[in-house]
Design a protein around this ligand. Structure first.
Ligand code: UDP
Ligand code: MG
Length: 311
């Protein structure tokens, strides 16, 4: 019998976890031809999520949980999920029921058809502000323009991965993780199913604008080096403009004998160049910081307990 693991990263999901578990039980009952594992990853929650997960495990032996030593963020929690999942395939799902479990039926059918990565495509984005929607779409446009490998808009972590994808992803052990890009990087046979994002059942989203901006920079710098080329590009353009401007000033002085009004132009030029230089330095710094982090070569996460047992 083929085994399906469901990987669920949880951060402060004490209220949602039992609700999700109930839904997953319904799902498993309606797919009796598979063996099921519900793998919860507690990502250093501040509430009593661990106790809730431990209780679920006592009730239902299909539940396994990994308790990470602190809050590492969803991307790292997912890696822990890839490492601990024992299934022939794994479905990744948020704990807050924003990803409706009934979509998994369609995913399994596509998997049986021979696809390795069945991603769920959002047809609606649920309760989300206009600004967040716009920014996110613009971001994906920028990302796909700056790299050869496409990152798909309106596609998140909700997907089914075959064992071959899981093993590939497990080998990618960088600290600065942008899992959405990694799914595209590893390739394999992909297809999609459509779904409608639901609203969170309980608790609140931990993705503030600050976290999202951080994740966006992470995505860009982890995925492509083209911002470094943009910095070069801006440098070339600015030099060209200043060169043309210099010629223009010389001609003006020789032909018309214009006295050069220096101060305002000088100030503008200095401020502009200063800004461009700081921006470029910042971009280089982002990459350098990542090189620093990666060269330390630390384990990406530490585990406190696996199913109540100390690791
Ligand atoms: N999550 C996590 N670690 C974190 C933040 C979030 O494991 O540091 C989990 C969270 O429990 C949920 C999923 O990632 O299962 C998505 O988080 P959330 O619902 O807060 O984000 P949103 O759906 O608003 O993008
Ligand atoms: Mg959510």
């Amino acid at each position: 019998m083929k085994k399906v693991s469901v990987i669920i990263p949880c951060y402060n999901e004490a209220q949602s976890a039992p609700l999700l578990h109930a839904e997953l039980c319904k799902l498993a009952d309606s797919e009796p031809n598979y063996e099921w594992e519900f793998l919860f990853i507690n990502d250093g929650s501040r509430d009593n999520t661990v106790e809730v997960l431990s209780a679920l495990r006592k009730q239902d032996k299909r539940c396994n949980y990994v308790d990470l030593s602190r809050n590492y963020g969803k991307e790292v929690a997912l890696l822990a999920g890839f490492d601990y999942a024992t299934g022939d395939c794994a479905v990744i799902m948020d704990a807050d029921l924003q990803h409706p479990p009934h979509v998994v039926h369609d995913m399994l059918r596509k998997w049986e058809d021979g696809f390795d990565d069945v991603y769920a495509r959002r047809v609606t984005r649920g309760k989300e502000s206009w600004l967040r929607k716009r920014l996110s779409l613009a971001y994906y446009k920028l990302l796909s323009k700056s790299t050869r490998i496409d990152v798909l808009p309106n596609v998140g972590d909700f997907r089914l991965l075959d064992r071959c994808c899981l093993d590939a992803l497990r080998q990618m052990r960088e600290q600065c993780r942008y899992t959405k890009g990694m799914y595209c990087y590893v390739g394999f046979k992909k297809t999609f199913v459509d779904f409608e994002t639901q609203d969170r059942v309980a608790g609140q989203s931990s993705m503030s604008y600050r976290v999202l901006i951080r994740l966006a920079i992470e995505g860009l710098t982890a995925y492509t080096t083209s911002p470094l080329q943009w910095a070069t590009g801006i440098g070339v353009i600015v030099s060209l403009i200043s060169f043309l401007y210099a010629i223009w000033v010389v001609i003006k002085t020789i032909v018309w004998g214009d006295p050069v009004a220096g101060f305002p132009t000088l100030l503008i030029a200095i401020l502009f160049l200063g800004g461009v230089q700081l921006l470029s330095l910042g971009i280089i710094g982002e990459y350098l910081g990542r090189v620093f982090n990666e060269t330390k070569n630390r384990p990406v996460y530490f585990v406190r307990t696996y199913n109540d047992k100390k690791i």
